[in-house]
Design a protein around this ligand. Structure first.
Ligand SMILES: Nc1nc2c(ncn2[C@@H]2O[C@H](COP(=O)(O)OP(=O)(O)OP(=O)(O)O)[C@@H](O)[C@H]2O)c(=O)[nH]1
Ligand SMILES: [Mg+2]
Length: 373
């Protein structure tokens, strides 16, 4: 799996190696800034990432904790208690990769032994219907479609009705990325959402925005526009294999605060990977740094020699421990629990010297003794 994600990050890796050709134990803050900007992390976020690093050289653990922090909202949690069929509504601008991604999702469901029906609700262009039809034939999955210009929400309705009648587990609905005006598009998408709910209460269960990874951080404004039209539940970032702008994923996650569900790393049905932030960050860090074990051992050795472990290093160790315990970051963390975001705060208890993760009401959930780290 790691090999696969690395393949998807090939061009981003080349860009990083251009700045830092050899793996290192620590990297200078300047080089790190260049790497982040070169891979299209937005400048404002680069500043945020670097501002609390007080050393000239940055260790793997330091950067790991910062990068994971920016991905605090990226975890996707499946909706619970969905009565089949589960309806995915796929939206995004023209050429973002919607239709290809639908094929990838359909292939994934099929491989899990689940049935799927496609709804060709991009009735704006005849070619869009044909393209989805070709995928349906290739993957041998049923498709509901009508002619160009027909009401897209009627197609969605029929696809859901058909799935209900046949007891099919999944419906995936394609949509147009562009209409004559933005208002037309917004109205059409809202109508599709309304009609889906009419066909099957609660549908669409997942409104998924497909973003073209080659556009990097410039896709953020576009995503915000869609999010305003209909609340997006999750994002799929496509074409990561075709771009050196892999770092934009951090900006996208940080700015939008919408979970990232999958990443697309090629044109074939199998080129869709579940987005795992730990795996993603780890793969990027592997390009810059020696692997985990070497750097920890070496830094521990030098710290033992120095006797006094710096505050920063303690914080890093603490952060690492928190990760191991399933938490994400140092100061603030939002966890999605049963469809609501709960804020967890993390603080130092001045009297005991212990670090505590506080609930919003101030109730201590867990504490760490920094001297034992
Ligand atoms: N390399 C690469 N190419 C991709 C990926 N996803 C999609 N593509 C390609 O991007 C192009 C556009 O993809 P489509 O799926 O047609 O995009 P769309 O959003 O449906 O486009 P419209 O229907 O025109 O709005 C196609 O040539 C796809 O093969 C990916 O993850 N990697
Ligand atoms: Mg399409």
């Amino acid at each position: 799996m790691f090999g696969f994600i690395n393949k998807g990050l090939g061009k981003t890796a080349e860009a990083i190696k251009h700045i830092a050709p050899k793996k290192q134990l620590k990297i200078s803050k300047d080089a790190l800034e260049d790497i982040l900007l070169e891979t299209d992390v937005e400048y404002a976020l680069v500043e945020i990432i670097l501002r609390e690093i007080y050393t000239d050289d940055v260790s793997r653990e330091q950067l790991e904790s910062k990068l994971l922090t920016t991905l605090a909202y990226s975890d996707y949690i499946e909706p619970e208690g969905v009565l089949a069929p589960c309806v995915d509504l796929i939206i995004g601008v023209n050429g973002a990769g919607k239709t290809t991604t639908i094929a990838k999702l359909a292939a994934r469901y099929k491989n899990q032994g689940e049935r799927v029906i496609l709804g060709a609700s991009d009735t704006f262009r005849a070619a869009a219907i044909e393209q989805l039809d070709q995928w349906a034939q290739r993957l041998n999955v049923p498709i509901i479609s009508s002619r160009q210009g027909h009401d897209p929400s009627a197609v969605a309705f029929d696809a859901i009705e058909s799935a209900k009648a046949k007891g099919v587990e999944h419906v995936i609905i394609d949509t147009a990325g562009r209409l004559h005006t933005q208002t037309n598009l917004a109205n059409e998408l809202k109508k599709i959402v309304r009609i889906c709910d009419k066909a099957h209460s609660g549908a669409p269960h997942r409104k998924i925005l497909v973003l073209d990874g080659t556009q990097g951080s410039s896709a953020i404004a576009q995503a915000k526009a869609f999010h305003e039209m209909i609340d997006i539940d999750a994002i799929i970032i496509t074409k990561l294999d075709g771009t050196a702008r892999g770092g934009s994923l951090f900006s996208i996650a940080y700015e939008l605060k919408i979970p990232i569900l999958y990443i697309g790393v090629g044109e074939q049905p199998e080129h869709l990977l579940v987005f795992d932030k730990y795996e993603f960050v780890s793969s990027l860090l592997d390009i810059i740094y020696f692997d985990d074990d070497i750097s920890t051992t070496t830094s521990q050795l030098s710290e033992d020699d120095a006797e006094v472990v710096s505050f920063e290093e303690k914080m890093n160790r603490l952060n690492k421990r928190i990760h191991e315990d399933g938490f994400d970051l140092l100061s603030k963390h939002f966890v999605r629990e049963q469809n609501t975001w709960n804020e967890y705060r993390f603080a130092r208890n001045e009297t005991t010297g212990e670090y505590e993760i506080l609930e919003r009401e101030g109730k201590v959930l867990r504490s760490y003794n920094i001297d034992e780290l």
